[in-house]
Write a protein that binds this ligand. Structure first.
Ligand code: GCB
Length: 607
């Protein structure tokens, strides 16, 4: 009984706790970039903790003993993984200390936060020798307020990043991608007023094309605030007042606001809806007495109806592809706007209207680009394969990653699906864990759909498989990873396979595929050839088209990516070769097969 109580307290505190990034969206804020060259000390035994490395001491006399030196240590680029910056670090998993000196001039009345887009996996931040905080999780933003520790003029940040895998982490010990360590996304000092707009949500009310629903949260000493929401292009201006805690929820009809006193029948629909064909974004201004933020937001609805997914009230087929956040051409963690442009450019070239960001929240620049390009997004947290299901700290960690993913992207029209897990084993403790995540996601964001990529199927008979994972019960959309023709059976077995599902819900085939290095050719039944991979795609596409309630597909995977689990020399060389494009940008035969399939489908669907 007692144990149960402790569990509840821990779970409760994780959900209730605020996001790891207090300033929320850096977009449009005054920032000082700390990207660039940071001196870095590789410290496999974590000696630096005992020796106070974070104080960045230097010998004061020639007899002084200091057994480290940032100044004499080589640099690592931030953002960037360390594995691909130094050959010796390719397989390194452990602590690295980073140091960056910078000069700063305080502006009166402002608060300053040290913001990290992401660092993998466990991070401790020190400013001028003082610890500012710790963070766990490799793919979501976090920040620490540094207002009182910042000095006028010279300052130094020391950041310890440790990517050692642990059984209780999320993801845990085994995963099929490279465990890139380092400060992998931008680092910025962000200046905000003493009382600032911490976060806001502005979305169409579920099922409505003109009523807006949302909330604004202020942070700081001033409690009650007048708030104005403006969408100038649509002629919308709405005012409200927060409660004592600085929070205001609102709901208003945009068409009434835009139309003024004219009769409703004379009012045109005020908001053009966001869709892949016309990814319209509006400038939205949220302002209070002390602060204002501008954002570009699209408005659309997303719902399910039986086995269909409806975008803006119309059934839509999700022509998708899965992708990792892996850099094209240079290998390593992708981070730049150019990386995002290349990767999503390929997604568009394939004919997609949808992309699955596997298996963790991707860089914000990818999500924002998807918003502008008109690509719907599946966004996922790295609850992958097996994690420590009965450990309350593991659940709290997964909850925090989910919360921080949603906190960062909940105003992006592109994001239509939150995925809570990938290929997790069917057992009661896992179901309890994932049900909690599904509940959290719904509580935080009632406008989007909840999904998961599942791989548990029953062999009902030789040619019939049934999706029966009990997790399906709590999802809005079912994801199915099935590798018929690759991990089981032959590609042509797909011709007679029938699929059933225990639920009348939309189904996305979230993974299928096969591996082939670009340029390796042979017969269609020769493993590791482009022809074999293409044969998998040909048979799969014909089979999938016949599946009941099929609402979309995201084959595995856009581009080859590094993985320590892929050992075959000359073929894999530590790469998962299931990309339809190689990591050097070569399109494989399967790329064109999928492109043809999508083109045909787009012609008959147009959305
Ligand atoms: C899967 C996983 C994905 C792997 C893929 C593969 O089912 O979800 O992360 O990379 O299979 O290639 O085996």
């Amino acid at each position: 009984m007692k144990v149960y109580w402790i569990w509840l307290v821990l779970v409760g505190s994780a959900v209730g706790a605020g996001p790891s990034s207090l300033i929320g969206n850096v977009h449009g804020r005054t920032t000082v970039s700390l990207d660039g060259a940071w001196h870095a000390i590789v410290d496999p035994y974590e000696n630096g903790v005992g020796s106070g490395i974070f104080r960045d001491e230097k010998p004061k006399s020639k007899s002084d003993r200091v057994e480290y030196s940032f100044d004499l240590s080589p640099v690592l680029n931030v953002p960037g993984d360390w594995n691909t910056q130094r050959e010796a670090l390719l397989f390194y998993e452990g602590p690295v200390w980073y140091r960056r000196e910078f000069s700063y001039h305080k502006r009166p009345g402002t608060r300053v936060f040290a913001y990290f887009g992401a660092a993998n996996y466990r991070t401790t931040v020190y400013l001028n020798g003082e610890k500012q905080g710790e963070h766990e999780g490799g793919f979501t933003p976090f920040d620490f307020e540094v207002t009182s520790t910042l000095r006028e003029g010279g300052n130094f940040l020391v950041v310890e990043v440790n990517n050692a895998r642990r059984a209780e982490s999320v993801p845990a010990l085994r995963f099929d991608w490279w465990n890139y360590g380092g400060i992998t996304r931008d680092v910025e000092l962000v200046e905000v007023p003493a009382t600032f707009i911490q976060d806001y949500s502005i979305q169409l009310k579920k099922g409505s094309t003109h009523e807006l629903d949302g909330w604004v949260r202020f942070n700081g000493p001033v409690s009650r605030h007048e708030v104005t929401i403006q969408i100038p292009e649509a002629g919308v201006e709405y005012k409200t007042v927060t409660d004592e805690s600085g929070y205001a929820a609102f709901a208003f009809d945009a068409s009434v606001l835009a139309c003024g006193k004219r009769p409703a029948r004379e009012c045109p629909a005020p908001l053009k809806l966001w869709s892949p064909d016309d990814p319209k974004l509006y400038q939205v201004v949220v302002s209070g007495e002390s602060d204002h933020v501008k954002d570009e937001i699209g408005f659309r609805t997303i719902e399910v109806q039986g086995g269909k997914i409806l975008l803006n009230g119309k059934a839509i087929f999700l022509r998708g592809i899965s992708m990792h956040e892996e850099a094209p051409f240079r290998e390593g963690r992708a981070f730049s706007p150019e990386d995002a442009q290349t990767l999503l450019g390929w997604v568009k070239e394939l004919g997609c209207n949808f992309v699955r960001f596997a298996h963790y929240p991707h860089n914000e620049n990818e999500v924002r680009l998807a918003d502008r390009m008109g690509l719907m997004v599946w966004s996922e947290i790295p609850v992958y394969w097996d994690v420590d299901w009965t450990n309350p700290a593991t659940l709290a960690n997964a909850q925090a990653q989910l919360r921080d993913m949603i906190a960062r992207d909940h105003n992006r029209a592109a994001v239509i699906l939150w995925s809570i897990s990938n290929e997790t084993p069917v057992k009661p403790e896992r179901l309890a864990f994932l049900k909690q995540l599904a509940q959290d996601a719904r509580d935080m964001d009632s406008t989007r759909l909840i999904t998961s990529a599942m791989n548990h199927v029953d062999s009902t008979s030789a040619d019939v498989r049934t999706l029966s994972d009990p997790l399906g019960e709590v999802l809005d959309v079912l994801g199915l990873n099935e590798y018929l023709g690759w991990y089981w059976g032959r590609p042509e077995d797909a011709d007679k396979m029938q699929w059933k599902s225990n639920w009348n819900k939309p189904l996305i085939v979230s993974e299928f595929g096969g591996g082939a290095p670009a340029g390796r050719h042979g017969d269609a039944d020769e493993r590791w050839t482009e022809e074999y991979q293409d044969s998998v795609f040909q048979h799969q596409l014909a089979m999938i088209e016949k599946m009941a309630n099929l609402a979309g597909i995201t084959p595995w995977v856009l581009m080859d990516f590094r993985s320590p689990t892929r050992l075959l020399p000359g073929v894999q060389d530590y790469h998962n070769r299931k990309g339809v494009i190689s990591n050097r940008g070569e399109r494989k035969i399967a790329f064109y097969t999928l492109q043809k399939f999508y083109r045909k489908m787009a012609e008959s669907q147009r959305q």
